[in-house]
Write a protein that binds this ligand. Structure first.
Ligand code: UDP
Ligand code: MG
Length: 314
């Protein structure tokens, strides 16, 4: 029998836990003869009755595991903790506010059985406010333009990962984590499952604007050095433009000496040229910083999808 673990980060979700559990149990029931389920709840330092509710669930149902972080460490860290402790053939990560409908998990499992190593739930529609839709849309557009790898659009962290993907993911030691990018970076067979995202069932978002911006920065800065390259690009443009301008001014001085104020040419041209050179030099330093950054991230270089060696069994 295969095992499937749900990883459920919880931050002040007392209003959602009972219904979440009920719907998860309903999804698991018809599949119970084929899969051993585990529900890994990771309480991310909730300030409400969440932890007590989770412990209550555990008393009733031994499929429930409860972990509680010593403080609020953030969604991505809570999910990481859950992935680290989950020991299953497949791990399903989902939000606990019922925005990710538990019923979709059955489709993720079906996609996994159909050969996907990662089945990511992709939003066909989303029931969020205008501001959230606009910022999320802009973010994914920029990310798709800049990122080194293809990070699927309109996905959260709602996805199923095969054990081998989870094992690779554990080799990513970076602190500023953008999990959906890291999963895309791992590779293997990744397939979308379309779904309609609901509105939050109860409570309020644990992602205020500040946390959203931090996540967006982790996504873009973690998977692109385009902002660094932009510095040297600007430097090159400015340096070339001012060099041309110097040539033009020199010609003016020679052909039409009365049109220019004495001394002005040298000061202005020097300023722009120097500015350009400085940016260019900053860009070069930026390139080194970019490399240091990549080395420090210490991501694995590759993952084997097939590993066959030694004498073949006859
Ligand atoms: N969450 C968490 N720690 C936090 C903030 C959120 O574990 O510091 C959890 C939260 O309980 C939920 C998931 O992360 O299960 C997504 O958060 P939320 O629904 O508040 O974000 P939104 O959907 O508004 O972007
Ligand atoms: Mg939510």
């Amino acid at each position: 029998m295969k095992s499937v673990a749900f990883v459920l980060p919880i931050y002040d979700e007392e209003g959602n836990i009972p219904l979440l559990y009920e719907r998860l149990a309903a999804v698991a029931a018809p599949l119970a003869d084929r899969y051993a389920f585990e529900f890994v709840f990771v309480d991310d330092g909730s300030r409400d009755r969440s932890l007590a509710l989770l412990r209550g669930l555990r008393e009733r149902d031994e499929r429930v595991s409860v972990y509680s972080l010593a403080r609020n460490s953030g969604h991505q860290i809570a999910v990481t903790a859950g992935i680290d402790v989950a020991d299953a053939d497949a791990v399903i990560v989902m939000d606990s506010d019922l925005q990710d409908p538990p019923e979709v998990a059955a489709q993720l499992i079906a996609a996994w059985e159909g050969g996907a190593d990662v089945a990511y739930a992709q939003r066909r529609t989303r029931d969020d406010g205008f501001f959230k839709r606009l910022t999320a849309g802009g973010f994914y557009w920029v990310l798709s333009k800049l990122a080194r790898i293809d990070i699927p659009r309109d996905t959260g962290d709602f996805r199923l990962m095969d054990r081998k993907v989870v094992e690779e993911l554990r080799r990513y030691p970076e602190h500023n984590r953008f999990i959906r990018g890291m999963v895309a970076d791992v590779g293997f067979v990744q397939r979308p499952v379309l779904f309609d995202r609901d509105a939050r069932h109860a409570g309020k978002t644990g992602y205020p604007l500040s946390k959203m911006l931090k996540l967006a920065a982790d996504g873009i800065l973690g998977f692109s050095s385009a902002p660094l390259r932009f510095i040297s690009g600007a430097g090159v443009v400015l340096a070339i433009a001012s060099a041309l301008w110097v040539v033009y001014l020199a010609l003016q001085r020679w052909l039409n000496p009365d049109s220019l104020v004495e001394g002005w040419t040298f000061i202005m041209a020097g300023m722009f040229l120097l500015g350009g050179i400085q940016l260019l030099m900053l860009g070069i330093i930026g390139q080194y910083i970019g490399r240091i950054y990549e080395e420090v991230q210490a991501r694995p270089l590759y993952a084997f999808a097939v590993r066959e060696s030694g004498p073949r069994p006859r």
